[in-house]
Design a protein around this ligand. Structure first.
Ligand code: GLA
Length: 397
């Protein structure tokens, strides 16, 4: 029998640092890291000027880097064993594809904002599964935004890093995401959920109850249609606003529709726009109630609001799937459950669950076993605490 200890898995920071030394044959000067996120409440409301309540998760993208004295960028990606190289002055949307489009897009967005930008050599590593709904792309963008801030001597607050990252994703990568994921990756605090007003970009950090764990459950199914369906929902919301503003020209987004006024306004919207608007208006109100419930330590109430959010995303916004509904239903019946809902864009992907810490193993056993029995496949499970947003450190000698 071997007495060797099992090899300890390297963290993304250790991996990025080692990969840097291998690729560039010297030590990096700095390390940055940014986490993935999961949204506890507020589905599909960030692009409607609404309120959202994400937390950063314990998985992250790490970048080891050293400034260059020219405007050249070289990045070695540990996961793909690939190097991308480009000059800042040559960047145009579409000029870089694949994983490198994200850091390139951030460089492009910084240069486009007329901020001075220097080149760098970097190695990147991550333990956020790609396409899992935990926003590995926002983490990648924000970790690089912090690296560019460092090498260029820019004085930018974290929120600005999030805005530049979103601009990169919208205008360089070409994905019309809202601002939530980038703000969570940039600004989240450990142990806290981040209440973000997507209209004003005002942030309030709300403490999570002790004694509960955040459990992310993946359906194991990736939907290809995701981007086109997401864009379709965005178009529907914009169309609803157009019609409602013809009735009341103070309505510039669905955020401007008061919950009490909704019923009488719905008759101006043909299906499915009426359902879409009902989800968004109700969801924004639920996020406010959920944040208040957290602040009042009403954990059970918070859980009820999560289940209500799921029903609305399923029936009115229609972004759920059989497997997501199954996971939420199993969570409802499981021991130790507090609340569950689909999270991220939907159409597959994952659910976020709150479970009593002392019963989390029973909770997982129940849901995993029954999901396998009902759907013939394994769900992916991941337990996390609320983590910290982006950080940068100098490498010690
Ligand atoms: C995706 C987008 C976010 C947000 C969610 C839905 O994760 O990237 O901006 O719109 O979907 O809440």
């Amino acid at each position: 029998m071997s007495t060797t200890e099992p090899a300890k898995e390297l963290t993304p920071l250790e991996l990025a640092r080692t990969a840097f030394e291998k690729a560039f044959e010297h030590r990096p000067d700095f390390l940055s890291r940014a986490p993935g996120r999961v949204n506890l409440m507020g589905g599909h409301v960030d692009y409607n000027d609404g309120l959202v309540l994400p937390v950063a998760v314990d998985l992250e993208v790490a970048v080891a880097f050293t400034p260059r004295d020219d405007r050249h960028i070289r990045i070695y990606a540990e996961s793909f064993d690939e190097t991308a190289e480009f000059d800042i002055s040559e960047l145009t949307p579409g000029s870089v594809g694949g994983w490198a489009a994200y850091p390139a897009g951030v460089a492009w967005a910084i240069a486009k904002a007329d901020l001075p930008l220097s080149g760098l050599d970097a190695a990147v590593a991550s333990n956020i599964p790609i396409g899992s709904g935990l926003s590995s792309s926002a983490a990648l963008e924000v970790a690089f935004a912090a690296a560019f801030r460092q090498v260029s001597g820019l004085e930018l607050p974290e929120l600005k890093l999030a805005q530049l990252s979103q601009a990169a994703e919208n205008n360089f990568v070409g994905v019309q995401c809202g601002i939530m994921d980038q703000v969570a990756a940039a600004c989240a605090l450990p142990g806290k959920a981040l209440l973000l007003d997507c209209r004003t970009l005002g942030i309030r950090h709300v403490a999570l109850p002790s004694g509960v764990r955040i459990v992310v459950l993946g359906t194991g199914i990736e939907r290809q249609l995701r981007d086109s369906e997401y864009n379709e929902r965005r178009r529907e919301c914009a169309e609803a606003v157009k019609r409602l503003s013809a009735v009341d020209n103070d309505i510039r987004s669905l955020r401007d529709v008061e919950a009490e006024a909704l019923q009488s306004l719905l008759r101006h919207l043909p299906p499915p726009l009426d359902r879409r608007a009902r989800h968004v208006v109700g969801e924004i109100e639920r996020v406010q109630l959920a944040a208040a419930a957290l602040e009042a330590s009403e954990t059970e109430r918070f859980g009820e609001l999560m289940f209500a959010s799921h029903r609305s995303l399923r029936d009115d916004f229609q972004v759920s799937s059989d497997e997501l509904d199954g996971l939420v239903e199993l969570a409802r019946q499981a021991p130790g459950t507090v609340g569950a809902r689909l999270t991220g864009a939907g159409f597959g992907g994952c659910t976020v669950n709150l479970a009593t810490a002392a019963l989390v193993d029973d909770f997982l056993d129940y849901v995993m076993e029954n999901y396998h029995r009902l759907y013939g496949r394994e769900a992916d499970e991941f337990i996390t605490d609320a983590a910290r947003g982006v950080t940068v450190e100098k490498v010690g000698w």
